[in-house]
Design a protein around this ligand. Structure first.
Ligand code: AMP
Ligand code: FES
Ligand code: ZN
Ligand code: ZN
Length: 310
């Protein structure tokens, strides 16, 4: 197979676009598409300080690399969650982040949860008597990303979510007809409060396979293992189902996502806004919450990030 642009030997075949490309033209196209998404959704400009949340996985390291390469004003932020799971999950992912920083000279701040709060993610299982800590971990990560952005002068938090992640979430929200989540799902979520940063997903239209190739072609080393707690998660099942559909009918994921966004724009945005409970300031940390004490302070409590960071 030959590259459609230069006729040299193709290295990649994108079935959803019926497009064969050599390595160089694949990378060129990938970056062009991502930059188009950033502009289309007015995510940020090259001058805006952008906080990129990195996990040590391919998606978030690749998005940080791409933004730095194209002159965006980026800083990485990694939360060491203290998860071992028999594979040293957090220490391996931290090593990948540190090696990335060293190799490409892109700054990443490390936030060691255990050191700062005397509590790692697995401890939450015992505290709350739950089987897996995933939802609590999500609360902790979202809070810290937003806290870092707001206190560090960043208007926006970038995450590495790719098309496969987005479509699996969409599938789950649709199965539950979760209209509140559906109305807010998309590549960009603007800020709705002075202490709430906007959220951007520049890879929302790029498949997991494309992101993996982009990372490999650019010499980015990343952790291959999934979080040990993710085993058996619904999102993994949804991804398998969607992969089967994509295999039978290439382009299904992209169509599903694009059509959803058009529907959201036309129909969901016209619905009367659901009564969202008003936001007030957490009495412990001052961050926005609907309750008296925010979810992070209730979970991790005692010391707020500002107290432990100073
Ligand atoms: P996940 O929820 O694990 O699929 O991760 C989704 C996105 O959240 C990743 O692409 C990262 O941008 C961000 N993220 C996940 N884990 C971490 C972490 N430990 N520290 C900072 N950001 C993270
Ligand atoms: Fe948080 Fe797995 S990454 S529980
Ligand atoms: Zn080519
Ligand atoms: Zn709080």
């Amino acid at each position: 197979m030959k590259c459609r642009i230069c006729r040299n030997r193709a290295q990649v075949h994108l079935r959803q676009h019926n497009l064969a490309l050599c390595r160089e033209h694949f990378v060129e196209r990938f970056e062009r598409e991502v930059l188009k998404t950033i502009r289309k959704y007015r995510m940020f400009t090259p001058e805006d300080p952008v906080l990129v949340a990195v996990s040590g996985g391919k998606d978030s390291l690749a998005v940080l690399y791409l933004l730095a390469k194209h002159g965006y004003n980026v800083r990485g932020f990694y939360i060491d969650l203290g998860i071992d799971g028999g594979i040293g999950y957090s220490s391996v992912s931290r090593e990948k982040v540190e090696a990335f920083q060293e190799k490409f000279g892109i700054p990443v701040e490390i936030y060691p949860l255990k050191l700062r709060h005397d509590l790692a993610i697995p401890d939450l299982v015992h505290h709350r008597r739950q089987q897996v800590p995933c939802s609590m971990c999500g609360t902790v990560k979202r809070y810290l990303m937003n806290w870092k952005a707001v206190t560090g002068g960043f208007q926006v938090v970038v995450t590495g979510h790719n098309l496969d992640d987005e479509v699996a979430t969409l599938f789950g929200n649709t199965l539950r007809w979760d209209v509140r989540y559906l109305a807010r799902q998309g590549p960009y979520l603007p800020s709705n409060h002075p202490r709430m940063a906007a959220k951007a997903k520049p890879f929302a239209f790029m498949s997991e396979k494309e992101v993996a190739l982009y990372a490999i072609f650019n010499g980015i080393d990343y952790i291959r293992d999934e979080c040990p707690f993710a085993e058996g998660a619904k999102s993994i099942l949804y991804k398998e189902i969607l992969n089967t559909l994509e295999e039978r009918s290439p382009g299904t994921k992209l169509r599903f996502y694009r059509e959803f966004l058009a529907f959201r724009e036309k129909v969901l945005s016209g619905l009367p806004a659901e009564e969202a409970p008003p936001l007030r300031s957490c009495t412990v940390c001052g961050m926005p919450t609907t309750l008296e004490v925010c979810a992070f302070c209730r979970l991790v409590g005692r010391k707020t990030p500002s107290e432990v960071s100073s």
